[in-house]
Unconditional design. Structure first.
Length: 370
C-alpha cells in the first residue's frame, strides 16, 4: 500500500457491511501522526503496517473494495500489536483499539480465530480452572466477604505465573479484600475476536467484586475501566497514589540504592493515562532511571508473543539493548504479560538486570529496611 492509498474516503459509499462503527471509522483524517508511534511501522516502513494503513484496509473491507478473505486483511489484523500508542498521538481522537476489536471480531470469527487464542479463552472462561491455579500456586487470600475496602482482582496470568504479586499487594495494603469467586475479566477475549464475551465477562466480574476494583495488570485495568467505569477500576500504582501511600524503606544492591527502570503497560499508558504514578513510587525506594523507549510496547501484547513469537522478539530486542545500556539492577513491570516478556528476553541475552512487578519491588524495599 502506498501513501496515495490512505486518502480518506467515505466509509458509507456503496453497500456497507456493518463490520465497523461508522463514526469511529470516519474519524480518521489520515494525517499520519500515528506512523512514528507504531511499532510495526517502525520495523517495516510499510504503510499497510501502520494505523493509518490499517484503517484504510478497514474501510476497504467495510465498503466491499476488498473481500473478507483478502490475505492482507488477515495478515495486518494479526500483525498489529494493539498497543494503542497511536491513540495518544492522534489529533482526531481515533479510538483505534475499538476499531481493532471490531476488525478481529469479524476477521477471527469462529474457526478463523487462532487456535492458541481459542484454547486460552476456553481455559480462562472456566472459573474452577483459575481457582485450581490458586490451590497449587498459593496466590493471596484474605477477607472476601466484606463490602468495606477495595477488591483485588486476581489476574489469570498472575494466578498461574506470579502468585507472589497478589501476596505482595496484601503485604502493602492489608485492607484489600481478595474475594474467592473470581473469573476472567474478559480482556483476552476482547483482544482476540470475541468482544461480546469480553464485555460479558467484565460485567460479570464487576458484579462479583464489591466496591473499587484494584488490579495489578495494566491491560485488565483498561478493559475493565472501559466497561465498568474509570472510577470503579484502579491499577495498583494508581490506587496507591490515590490513597496517599508512602513507600517504606529502599531497595539496595551492594550497599547502594538500586538503579531501577520501568516498562510501561501499553494499555495503562495509552488507555488510562497512568504514567506518573509508578515512576514516583519507584523513585521513592530506588534511583529511578528513565530508559529510552520505556513507553514503547515490549512485544508481549497479550497473546501476541505466543501467536507471533518472531515478531514479538523483533519488537522486544531494541528494548533489551536500551536496558543493557542503562545498566539497571531491576526493571519494573506493571502488567504480568510484560513481566513475562521481559524476564524471558533478559534471560535469553544473559542480562544481569532482573525484571520484577511493582508490588514486589515495594515489598522488597520494606524488607530491606527491616
Amino acid at each position: 500500500m502506498t501513501t496515495d492509498d490512505t486518502r480518506p474516503g467515505p466509509s458509507d459509499a456503496g453497500a456497507r457491511r456493518g463490520i465497523f462503527d461508522k463514526e469511529l471509522l470516519d474519524r480518521c483524517i489520515s494525517c499520519g501522526f500515528c506512523l512514528p508511534a507504531c511499532p510495526t511501522y517502525s520495523l517495516t516502513g510499510d504503510e499497510a503496517s501502520s494505523p493509518r494503513g490499517r484503517i484504510t484496509l478497514m474501510r476497504a473491507l467495510e465498503t466491499g473494495e476488498l473481500p473478507p478473505d483478502d490475505p492482507t486483511l488477515a495478515e495486518e489484523s494479526s500483525y498489529c500489536l494493539g498497543c494503542r500508542a497511536c491513540e495518544t498521538v492522534c489529533p482526531a481522537g481515533v479510538e483505534y483499539g475499538q476499531l481493532l476489536e471490531q476488525w478481529r471480531d469479524h476477521q477471527w470469527s469462529g474457526p478463523k480465530r487462532p487456535w492458541i487464542a481459542r484454547l486460552l479463552a476456553a481455559v480462562v472462561s472456566r472459573p474452577f480452572l483459575l481457582r485450581l491455579q490458586g490451590l497449587v500456586r498459593r496466590h493471596a487470600r484474605g477477607r472476601g466477604d466484606s463490602d468495606e475496602g477495595p477488591s483485588l482482582m486476581l489476574g489469570c496470568v498472575e494466578r498461574g505465573l506470579y502468585p507472589q504479586v497478589s501476596r505482595a499487594v496484601r503485604t502493602l495494603r492489608p485492607e484489600v479484600n481478595v474475594p474467592p469467586a473470581q473469573g476472567c475479566c474478559g480482556a483476552l477475549h476482547a483482544h482476540n475476536g470475541d468482544s461480546a464475551e469480553g464485555r460479558r465477562l467484565a460485567e460479570e466480574l464487576g458484579g462479583r467484586l464489591p466496591g473499587t476494583i484494584v488490579t495489578t495488570a495494566g491491560g485488565c485495568a483498561a478493559h475493565l475501566a472501559h466497561h465498568l467505569g474509570r472510577d470503579r477500576v484502579q491499577e495498583l500504582s494508581d490506587y496507591l497514589d490515590r490513597e496517599g501511600h508512602t513507600p517504606a524503606g529502599q531497595v539496595t544492591v551492594d550497599g547502594r540504592r538500586a538503579r531501577v527502570g520501568l516498562q510501561d503497560s501499553c494499555h495503562l499508558r495509552h488507555g488510562l493515562g497512568v504514567t506518573r504514578q509508578p515512576r514516583e513510587l519507584i523513585a521513592a525506594v530506588a534511583d529511578y532511571v528513565e530508559v529510552p523507549g520505556a513507553g514503547d510496547c515490549c512485544g508481549a501484547a497479550g497473546t501476541y508473543a505466543m501467536l507471533r513469537p518472531a515478531d514479538s522478539r523483533a519488537v522486544l530486542d531494541p528494548k533489551l539493548a536500551a536496558l543493557a545500556e542503562a545498566g539497571l539492577d531491576f526493571v519494573v513491570a506493571v502488567n504480568p504479560g510484560c513481566l513475562r516478556q521481559l524476564q524471558q528476553g533478559l534471560r535469553r541475552t544473559g542480562s544481569g538486570t532482573r525484571a520484577v512487578h511493582l508490588a514486589e519491588l515495594l515489598v522488597m524495599a520494606e524488607r530491606d529496611d527491616a
